[in-house]
Design a protein around this ligand. Structure first.
Ligand code: ANZ
Ligand code: ZN
Length: 806
């Protein structure tokens, strides 16, 4: 019988649709396992070959968990708000809600085609008002706790999307989405105070099982540093404060730099003699990204503030003040003390502007470049009371000094910035606030949620950067929930990251209309046991959702501090030729084509076989055939298997070993080596025969990888009838450690280094036993006839070499 994958897959998908073997049961007595993958953005292009990699891996993990007796939750949904849909809608004059529906329908059929064990009854869609009601509700709780605030600030503005971007959405100075120039613009924005959680987001990484590179990236992004704030007097009355991690270098400070956006500049305008030059410089800086501004080895620019001078509090020497864009407004105090001897950017700046460079840490030649000591055992010079101390000693000594003298204090800083939460776009969750001239910003009463996105005429953002909602005066004008007077609705919408910040909670109880999820469901399913997702989300979604979860924990909504117990990450799938898949390169692989040609089971198996899960791999259409061939071979074993349900004696050790290997490999996401072990087992079955009992074990082990084919085989070999169960409902095969060791081994026999044959002997046999077996071989006997054995070399369980002489 031929392996008719198309008919088989159709049959079983229909069966699963009807019998729902993947339904998760809240409150069930079995231990729970919640496996999560990042829900897809339903783009118009449909599923691409990158999606099945994480989806299949977690599908295998959760299928095995089910067989191990767990009550498994493996959900799916759609993260459907966002720009691409909106842009498509604008171009084609279709409402984004309609585009979204079509795209979700397409994705759904593709995901079903791949046979994933999702609990489809729990599917969520972030654009569904029943869903975003709770996104809005969480936002309101944050607003009420003072974690959402509106402020005017310089923001990243994409010149093409006409939209504000979060720092994380600006990559190398350009818009992450469209690649266009990003400039700085002053805008009033809703912000979420993620910085209030910086320390906890850092500390609690200790309690979770995230792969190390995820932890490192999050730590770096949070960027905790400990230093001091030091205050300097100026000749114009105001005092200026800097943040430094190197208080020890205060004696080496020869100038100061203020950020172009610093509000003090405006105050000083009447006192700055060259104001025009300063203003022109400010304008120039507005067109650069933080990334460009912070780069090393880039020509430093700046303007001296004529008429203004500060004073070094320890040397009492005057310090010129400059405005320069290498100092960012968003970090520390927006002012730095220039220490050109020991900071490379300061050195470049001082060299360009002819400022004195003083060595205060011994070890380099500061006339050539800044000396940045590799460890803190370097010694201080030219530094008064610090002389002779190591850097390690001098930092706290100077901190203590500035505190005692009253011009400084210890300070912890974080690189993490508050989260810009407004978007001037249509296709997002409306922000449920109104502004009243009397009462200020007022929350909508909860019973008015969801605040539904109204229909508009056009979705284009306005040229002044306001959301299209701002043109809907009927909707905008409303009454104040607080005083009943006239008020206006907020017209900005939430960023794409909003809906995904809590979706994993909704899966626990997706149809609840009283709460985001019931207490019972939250208690039962929390936390997510295993979350796999892309490295590109480490400092975005993964951090944002940890923040929201901690907030929900604080207000008593969720039972755990952390949302995810474990986090792993997969590598990318590159197109043929090793390049990123893209439409322009024409190397995009569509899973539909692979499935049509070889079947979903081959697609699943292959995507797991092609390489180490955490590394990037190159797709090859040719290589898929190898995976198909393997499934054909598995299928054809049905014709070879002897009519016995027992394990065969000769395959027993191999089967126990393979169970052990596949079990451990799935837990480690080493699906490729698990498949290799199954392939080796199948090869052995072909060379030495098998029983139906042997085949049964193969079917169970293969079931998470190729579920459709296995169910069909399970039925055809009679096990479905015998057990009344599908293979996927059987217990996961157990192995006996004692039986995983080979009882017999094959050893090569050589005479004078030439291979003469092989013998099968008990494992661990001594020389005498192997010799006896070797002498049974004709070739060995002939070669040794009439000769004297002068030496015997035995490599245990592998080889014996007889050195003979006449
Ligand atoms: C003097 C100094 C001497 C510094 C030295 C460094 C080396 P981390 O460790 O990343 O927290 N800095 C402070 N605020 C800044 C801003 N708004 N824009 C650009 N640079 C700023 O970095 C802290 C150091 O970065 C601070 O310590 C300050 O330079 C600079 F040998 O002060 B340092
Ligand atoms: Zn009011």
């Amino acid at each position: 019988m031929k392996y008719d994958f198309a008919a088989i897959e159709k049959k079983w998908q229909k069966r699963w649709e009807e019998t729902k073997p993947y339904a998760a049961v809240t409150g069930d007595k079995r231990p729970k396992f919640y496996g999560l993958i990042e829900f897809p953005y339903p783009s118009g292009q449909g599923l691409h070959v990158g999606h099945p990699r994480p989806f299949t891996a977690m599908d295998i993990v959760t299928r095995k968990k089910r067989m191990e007796g767990y009550n498994v939750l493996y959900p799916i949904g759609f993260d459907a708000f966002g720009l691409p849909t909106e842009n498509y809608a604008i171009k084609n004059h279709i409402h984004p809600a309609i585009v979204t529906k079509q795209n979700i329908a397409n994705f759904t059929s593709q995901l079903k085609m791949l046979g994933y064990g999702f609990d489809w009854d729990r599917c969520v869609d972030t654009t569904d008002p029943n869903y975003y009601k709770w996104t809005q509700w969480i936002f309101l709780q944050m607003f009420k706790k003072g974690l959402a605030y509106k402020t005017t600030m310089p923001v990243n503005w994409c010149t093409s999307c006409k939209c504000v971007l979060a720092n994380e959405e600006v990559v190398n100075g350009v818009c992450e989405r469209c690649g266009s120039e990003v400039i700085r613009k002053e805008k009033s924005q809703w912000m979420l105070k993620i910085t209030a959680y910086a320390q906890r987001l850092l500390d609690d990484l200790e309690d979770v099982d995230f792969i190390e590179r995820v932890k490192i990236q999050q730590r770096n992004w949070i960027g905790r540093s400990t230093g001091a704030e030091i205050t300097f007097d100026t000749n114009v009355g105001d005092r200026v404060t800097v943040y430094t991690t190197r208080a020890d270098t205060l004696f080496g400070t020869t100038y100061m730099v203020i950020s172009p956006e610093h509000p003090l500049l405006k105050e000083w305008q009447p006192k700055i003699k060259n104001w025009d030059a300063v203003a022109a410089y400010q304008e120039e800086a507005a067109h650069k990204s933080d990334f460009e501004r912070g780069e090393l080895n880039k020509e430093k620019t700046g303007v001296r503030l004529e008429g203004i001078e500060a004073m070094n509090p320890v040397t009492h020497k005057p310090l010129p003040l400059f405005v320069s864009d290498y100092v960012l407004m968003g970090y520390g105090t927006g002012i730095v003390m220039g220490v050109p001897g020991h900071d490379q950017r300061d050195w470049e700046f001082a060299t360009k502007f002819g400022l004195p460079i003083i060595e205060v840490v011994k070890g380099g030649d500061v006339t050539k470049e800044a000396f940045v000591a590799k460890d803190d055992s370097a010694v201080m010079v030219n530094s008064g009371f610090l002389n002779g101390m190591t850097v390690k000693e001098a930092i706290p000594a100077m901190k203590k000094y500035v505190v005692e003298q009253g011009f400084g204090k210890e300070k912890v800083n974080y690189k993490l910035r508050d989260w810009v939460f407004s978007r001037q776009r249509y296709w997002g969750e409306p922000i449920p606030l109104v502004h009243c001239d009397k009462c200020g910003w007022v929350a909508l009463p909860e019973e008015q949620l969801p605040l539904v996105l109204p229909q508009v005429e056009s979705y284009e953002p306005t040229d002044d950067g306001e959301s299209p909602l701002s043109k809907m005066t009927d909707w905008v004008n409303t009454t104040c929930p607080c005083c009943g007077g006239p008020a206006k609705r907020e017209t900005d919408t939430m960023p794409q990251w909003a809906g995904s910040s809590w979706y994993f909670l909704r899966y626990m109880d997706p149809h609840n209309d009283k709460a985001l999820a019931s207490k019972e469901a939250l208690e039962y399913w929390s936390p997510v046991d295993w979350y796999n997702g892309g490295m590109e989300h480490t400092t975005l979604h993964l951090l944002y959702s940890r923040f929201w979860h901690k907030f929900l924990y604080d207000i008593g909504v969720v039972p755990t501090k952390e949302p995810y117990a474990k986090r792993t990450s997969h590598g990318m799938i590159l197109g043929e030729g090793g390049e990123k898949m893209s439409k322009s390169r024409g190397n995009v692989v569509n899973p539909n084509d692979i499935v049509a040609q070889y079947g979903a089971d081959t697609m699943r198996l292959h995507i797991m076989f092609i390489g180490d899960f955490e590394k990037a791999v190159t797709w090859s259409n040719e290589a898929v055939k190898g995976s198909k061939r393997f499934l054909d071979r598995c299928w054809n074993l049905m014709d070879l298997a002897q009519d016995s349900d027992e394990l065969s004696q000769k395959n027993e050790a191999l089967i126990h070993k393979t169970i052990k290997k596949v079990t451990a490999d799935i837990d480690d996401l080493k699906m490729n080596t698990a498949i290799a072990a199954l392939m080796a087992m199948v090869n052995e079955f072909y060379s030495s025969g098998l029983t139906r009992g042997d085949l049964q074990q193969l079917m169970l082990l293969l079931s998470p990888f190729a579920p459709h084919m296995v169910e069909e085989m399970w039925e055809l070999t009679g096990y479905a009838g015998k057990t009344g169960k599908m293979a996927m409902q059987m217990p996961w095969p157990a192995y006996d450690e004692g039986k995983t060791v080979d009882t017999h081994v094959d050893m090569a026999i050589q005479v004078n280094g030439k291979l003469k044959g092989a013998v099968t002997v008990p494992a661990g046999s001594d020389q005498e036993t192997v010799m006896a077996a070797a002498m049974e071989l004709d070739k060995v006997r002939k070669a040794a006839e009439g000769m004297t054995v002068v030496k015997t070399i035995l490599v245990k369980d592998k080889l014996m070499n007889l050195i003979v002489k006449p």
